[in-house]
Design a protein around this ligand. Structure first.
Ligand SMILES: C[S@@+](CC[C@H](N)C(=O)[O-])C[C@H]1O[C@@H](n2cnc3c(N)ncnc32)[C@H](O)[C@@H]1O
Length: 302
């Protein structure tokens, strides 16, 4: 393994770059304009990007010239796959990698195509990937599975990833993972509340329904589809996502709406909602994420 890569994962260092890319400037326009810049932060990104990039680098070194490919499904503005490409570009000038980014929103794909031609961008649904069986060495996704409105559809997404992977391929998924069923229901309710506050512009590109998962559900789903599921360490699994001030600023909430939000949370007993906190006037909502890795063919090495 390249010794430079062996240094380990790059962490948020207080600057606004990650793998030499400006990060804030490429964050999703909703979070950017609303002030919650959680998902675009470098340390959050590096949790999923760097292990995938490092594995691709190792595969390239061992593969004697075989092309190593990666597909990000539900890529959005492509920040993850672009960071991944950047990381590999820094170390592997000669290596032959193929990068694919897909999303069902064609405007996203068109925009990405214009801005970042070094990646193959294609419009498609995660539930019906237009790739051949056994054709991609790595598939990864983040913050996308909960946008399917049922467990069946979520499993279909995982099955498609499994189908297109090469026999030695890996799937890596970063997803919301709540501790309790009550939290899943609470998150859905809060989403509906937020959805009601969103401007028309944003409503056009967000789903009507979400289906976050519990930790157990996520693990089981991956096991059902791949036969194996390894939960990777995630230092950022309980990062603060929003407190009263950011919430109020993000959605321009008035006191009445804030009280409604408090009421939604307080209706669930405290011990059943470890990630949703109301105290006095404060509201804090955490965004627990899990990274799960599965291998196409089960083995002891995952
Ligand atoms: C919250 S964004 C995350 C984007 C990116 N993965 C990231 O972490 O920055 C979710 C993306 O998934 C896309 N998406 C949701 N459901 C999809 C589906 N069934 N097929 C393809 N893309 C989908 C959405 O259009 C959106 O761009």
């Amino acid at each position: 393994m390249n010794s430079e890569l062996g240094i380990g994962r790059r962490r948020w260092d207080g600057t606004e770059t990650f793998n030499n890319m400006p990060v804030k400037s490429v964050s999703n326009e909703f979070t950017e304009s609303h002030g919650i810049d959680f998902f675009a932060q470098p340390d959050v990104i590096s949790e999923i990007v760097n292990p995938v990039a490092d594995r691709m680098h190792d595969a390239w070194e061992m593969g004697m010239g075989m092309t190593v490919s990666v597909l990000e499904t539900g890529t959005g503005n492509g920040i993850l796959i672009r960071c991944l490409k950047n990381r590999l570009d820094q170390f592997d000038k000669q290596a032959s990698y193929k990068f694919y980014g897909t999303d069902k929103l064609s405007f996203r794909i068109q925009e990405n195509q214009k801005l970042y031609p070094g990646i193959n961008w294609q419009t498609m649904d995660n539930k019906k990937l237009l790739f051949m069986d056994l054709s991609v060495s790595n598939v990864f996704m983040r913050n996308t599975l909960h946008l399917e409105n049922s467990i069946e559809n979520q499993k279909q997404v995982l099955s498609e990833a499994e189908r297109v992977l090469t026999v030695d391929g890996y799937f890596t998924n970063q997803a919301f993972a709540f501790q309790t069923d009550d939290e899943v229901e609470l998150q859905k309710e809060i989403y509906n509340f937020e959805y009601g506050l969103m401007s028309k512009n944003f409503k056009s590109s967000v789903p009507n329904e979400i289906r976050p998962n519990t930790v157990d559900e996520l693990q089981k789903m991956h096991k059902d589809v791949f036969g194996n599921a390894k939960v990777l360490k995630n230092d950022y699994s309980a990062r603060k996502m929003a407190n009263q001030a950011t919430y109020q600023a993000a959605y321009e909430l008035n006191e009445k709406q804030l009280n409604k939000l408090r009421g939604i949370i307080l209706a669930v007993p405290e011990d059943r909602r470890p990630n949703f906190w109301v105290s006095g006037k404060d509201i804090v909502i955490l965004s627990p994420n899990l990274i799960i890795q599965s291998k196409k063919l089960d083995g002891n090495s995952i």
